[in-house]
Design a protein around this ligand. Structure first.
Ligand code: GDP
Length: 518
């Protein structure tokens, strides 16, 4: 509906890089961003209150002159990948913060894999070097194991030791970011109607819908008619990240915009159209389409669908996010899956980790056209919701051979598995009782769905499957019952299993036959 005409080379002008800060929790992402904002923001607004509009514009003096950098205010790979899953890639450079006293941690590895899956270059900030226990060399060593080799060891990853608390090394870090951006020759055409992405939006009691837009190409001006996500409007007023009222914003610039008739979502695209009437018409059409597609229940990314895309030559790689109960299983599965790669189709594990399947894993899969495979682990409830919403294929297994077999069959163009698991509900174990001649009975609270006698059941402890079998007994108070709905308490006995603990989750499911050849 709104094709972008390609730019002529001579119309392209350099634009500032957009940077996301990532890393493990507590490694200093927020502190580093705050330090950069507080010391580098060129003209502070009167009163000195830093505005948070979703991104900050920072000026740096380098050996090649003054450069502008744009930092996204929401650190972490979660926001980064959620935007990508919505089809918006805004980040040019990822700054990976690793605390020198703590080293590489699980979310460090996640961040690396999320940035890699997006093809975004990584600059490492080895933080907290002011602390007595800091060991930057160990951090470098650990990062090497994840494919990031420091420049001073002959690799190509820039690693800068910093302290977000004292500010030591931050100048050098900023200079390195500017340098990296220079190498990337980021360009955009400023002389055309603007397009870009919604960074955040909210409903303000006094001002109505307020959206922070990041201009990616063109120049946004006060008075422009725009469409943002499902909404239309006319730019009534614009403010930069310092709270100054501005008349226009060029490529890479974030601005707070007033004048939309609704609140779009972060990651929605926006663009300028001819006039307000056109904007309204497009927004209405989009709302209609959104209502229709909300009714569609088909999976967006399933193993079978990916494979048919591969056969059609649309996809050359089968991307997999792999979660398992132990590092040993990961290595074994990774090896077997990668060995399935052929000349036409490559199996690529874009992220692997020990532990339950999380919302993050699902979002990474959504952003990277991947499936999620779990071995002896289960999705947590937010992951399950996300998978449903994003229509991502999450497959869990108890036997490594089954994983290999199913992926192999899909790759050979065979059909869906003959049996499909149907999730019924889950219950939380709140107490356990030893009953003579029966064994351990779990006093449960049904959290969602329904628990049914004689249905299949799994016992999940900290995201790991410790039992897979059958519900042998189900009671409400003293009575045997056939099923118990969400919101009620019940007593559950598992077939041939007594090692039930408080805090475990019982997941109830059935197996349904699926017709082949459909
Ligand atoms: P985030 O979770 O990655 O955003 O981490 P924060 O920025 O909230 O930092 C976590 C803790 O580490 C806070 O108590 C910070 O004050 C502290 N911290 C962050 N950077 C440094 C640093 O360079 N040196 C020291 N000593 N502490 C730091």
């Amino acid at each position: 509906e709104l094709e972008e005409t390609p730019d002529r080379e001579e119309d392209l002008k350099p634009r500032p890089p957009i940077i996301t800060v990532m890393g493990h929790v507590d490694h200093g992402k927020t502190t580093l961003l705050d330090y950069i904002r507080n010391t580098r923001v060129a003209e502070k607004e009167a009163g000195g209150i830093t505005q948070h509009i979703g991104a900050s514009v920072v000026e740096v003096d380098t050996s090649e002159g003054r450069k502008t950098l744009v930092f996204l205010d929401t650190p972490g790979h979660e926001a980064f990948t959620a935007m990508r899953a919505r089809g918006a890639q805004v980040t040019d450079i990822a700054v990976l913060v690793v605390a020198a006293d703590d080293g590489v941690m699980p979310q460090t590895i996640e961040a690396i894999n999320h940035a890699k899956a997006a093809g975004v270059p990584i600059i490492v900030a080895i933080n907290k070097i002011d602390k007595p226990g800091a060991n930057p060399e160990r951090v470098k060593q650990e990062l090497t194991q994840h494919g990031l080799i420091p420049e001073d060891w002959g690799g190509d990853t820039i690693m800068v030791p910093v302290s977000a608390r004292t500010g030591e090394g931050v100048d050098e870090l900023l200079e390195m970011i500017a340098l990296q951006a220079e190498l990337m020759e980021l360009k955009a055409n400023p002389d055309k109607p603007a397009r870009g992405v919604v960074l955040e939006a909210k409903l303000d009691k006094k001002r109505g819908p307020v959206a922070t837009l990041l201009v990616q190409t063109g120049t946004l001006k006060v008075g422009d008619a725009i469409v943002a996500g499902l909404y239309a409007g006319k730019v009534r007023a614009m403010f930069d990240d310092k709270g100054n009222s501005v008349k226009e914003a060029g490529p890479s610039m974030p601005v707070e915009v007033l004048g939309l008739d609704g609140v779009p979502l972060a990651g929605d695209k926006f663009y300028v159209v001819k006039d307000e009437k056109t904007a309204r018409k497009i927004a209405e059409k989009r709302q209609e389409l959104a209502r229709e597609s909300a009714l569609e229940k088909e999976k967006r990314v399933s193993l079978e669908e990916l494979f048919s895309q591969m056969q059609a030559g649309e996809v050359k790689e089968l991307n997999v996010v792999l979660k398992a109960d132990a590092q040993g299983s990961i290595e074994a599965i990774r090896k077997s899956l990668e060995e399935l790669s052929t000349d036409e189709v490559k199996v690529r594990i874009i992220h692997a980790g020990v532990g339950p399947i999380t919302e993050n894993d699902v979002m990474l899969a959504a952003a990277s056209n991947a499936i999620v495979i779990g071995f002896n682990v289960r999705p947590d409830s937010s992951a399950r919701k996300a998978a449903e919403q994003e229509k991502i294929d999450v497959r869990t297994y108890r036997v490594i051979y089954d994983i290999i077999d199913e992926v192999k069959k899909a790759m050979q163009g065979l059909l869906a598995p003959e049996e499909k698991e149907v999730y019924l509900g889950s219950a939380e174990v709140r107490a356990t009782f030893k009953v003579p001649k029966v064994g351990t009975v779990a006093g449960c609270y049904v959290k969602d769905g329904v628990i049914r006698r004689n249905a299949m059941a799994r016992l999940v402890r900290d995201g790991v499957v410790v039992y897979d079998g059958k519900i042998a007994s189900l009671k409400r108070f003293k009575d045997d019952v056939r099923e118990v709905q969400a919101g009620y308490e019940c007593g559950v006995g598992l077939e041939n299993f007594n090692d039930i603990k408080v805090g475990d989750v019982i997941e109830c499911y059935t197996i349904e036959k699926v017709e082949r050849g459909a």
